[in-house]
Design a protein around this ligand. Structure first.
Ligand code: NDP
Length: 327
């Protein structure tokens, strides 16, 4: 028997509880793992609160990220005792995920835990940090260097936003943080933000093109915010889009694309090929120190997951939540 969060749906009744589960209930897979840490991402919050149809199959153990130790393996890539990391691949959506003490997974989805990171540190980073790193790599591939201008980060207090600020500032960029919580200014400055703007200045319908303000942006918010970011990009600039915290719509004009040659780069972390994941995680392990991760993360046990998920969706959580499964 092991403990986990279980989401069930019976006759349109959606329920979530902490349950005792049997090993025989685990889904198919060639690797079985004792999960040491998972985390709470925005998507996990949506799944647990039922606010959005994230879960595709019931019953479901949520949790799109996990780190654990292999206890049984039919894979040639992993042996018993290996520490492994998983982000995405539909886990927590259509295959049982990380918010349980055990998981059975497809080995094609797994990475070895990167050298230099503990299980807890990897989950302080989680999909949010890994997505922020993919976004920063996209800016670099576009040729954005610190001397070219400011980089805007939206959803600044969120997981993706916090890591984007931290990573960009460590790489020498001047970061403008956009937030609805200006009272968290000290936290954002400690992460490395040089300037803070109120997200209200970006969240309403704006003009097709405005003053050129930033050479690049990392956006996790979408909707009018993303449209206004495009309108404020400098000539040849780029914005990465990974999220929809404000909305899934994109009420924009083509003007910045055809008159300023700006680029909109979509970022998907879920089905990203393994080679890109390895690159992103190696960069994260290299760039982030213990002190960086300590300032971003808060640890909870399985018993606090349901209430914390409500707070996350209500926008009350700052930074990252790590869930200790061996509590
Ligand atoms: P968090 O909940 O940690 O952060 C979201 C942040 O967005 C909040 O902290 C808040 O920041 C801001 N925000 C919330 N509501 C609004 C609103 N109505 N208007 C404007 N800003 C708002 O989420 P994550 O950082 O984990 O994820 C952010 C987004 O990115 C989500 O939509 C998530 O689904 C998506 N995502 C996508 C991935 C992909 O592979 N494409 C991977 C990871 C995440 P503040 O208080 O500072 O304003």
């Amino acid at each position: 028997m092991f403990k986990g969060i279980l989401i069930e749906k019976n006759n349109d009744h959606y329920s979530v509880s902490i349950r005792s589960l049997e090993d025989s209930e685990l889904p198919e897979g060639d690797v079985t793992i004792d999960v040491s840490y998972s985390t709470l991402n925005y998507k996990d919050g949506l799944a647990i609160t039922g606010k959005s149809p994230v879960v595709r199959r019931f019953p479901m153990v949520p949790g799109i990220d996990l780190v654990g130790t292999v206890t049984q393996s039919d894979s040639e890539r992993f042996v018993v005792g290996d520490q492994v990391l998983l982000n995405g691949f539909g886990v927590g959506e259509n295959h049982w995920g990380g918010l349980a003490e055990k998981a059975r997974l497809n080995s094609d989805w797994l990475l070895k835990l990167p050298t230099g990171l503990s299980a807890k540190q990897a989950m302080a980073i989680g999909t949010a940090g890994y997505t922020a790193m993919l976004s920063v790599i996209a800016l670099e591939r576009h040729g954005i260097t610190p001397e070219k201008g400011d980089v805007l980060v939206t959803g600044a207090n969120g997981g993706v936003g916090s890591f984007a600020i931290k990573l960009l500032s460590k790489l020498g960029y001047r970061v403008i943080a956009s937030t609805g919580r200006p009272e968290e200014g000290e936290y954002l400055k400690a992460l490395g933000a040089a300037e803070i703007i109120n997200r209200n200045t970006l969240s309403e319908a704006g003009r097709p093109m405005g003053k050129e303000r930033w050479i690049a942006a990392v956006d996790s918010v979408g909707s009018h915010t993303l449209a206004n970011i495009c309108a404020g990009l400098k000539y040849g600039g780029i914005v990465t889009a990974c999220g929809l915290a404000q909305g899934m719509d994109f009420p924009a004009s083509v003007a910045p694309f055809i008159l300023r040659g700006v680029t909109l780069a979509g970022i998907d972390s879920v089905y990203r090929p393994i080679a890109d994941r390895e690159e992103a995680w190696a960069r994260l392990a290299n760039l982030l120190t213990d002190a960086d991760l300590g300032s971003i993360g808060t640890e909870i046990g399985l018993d606090k997951v349901l209430t914390t998920a409500e707070d996350l969706i209500a926008g009350k959580i700052r930074g990252r939540i790590m869930v200790n499964l061996q509590h």
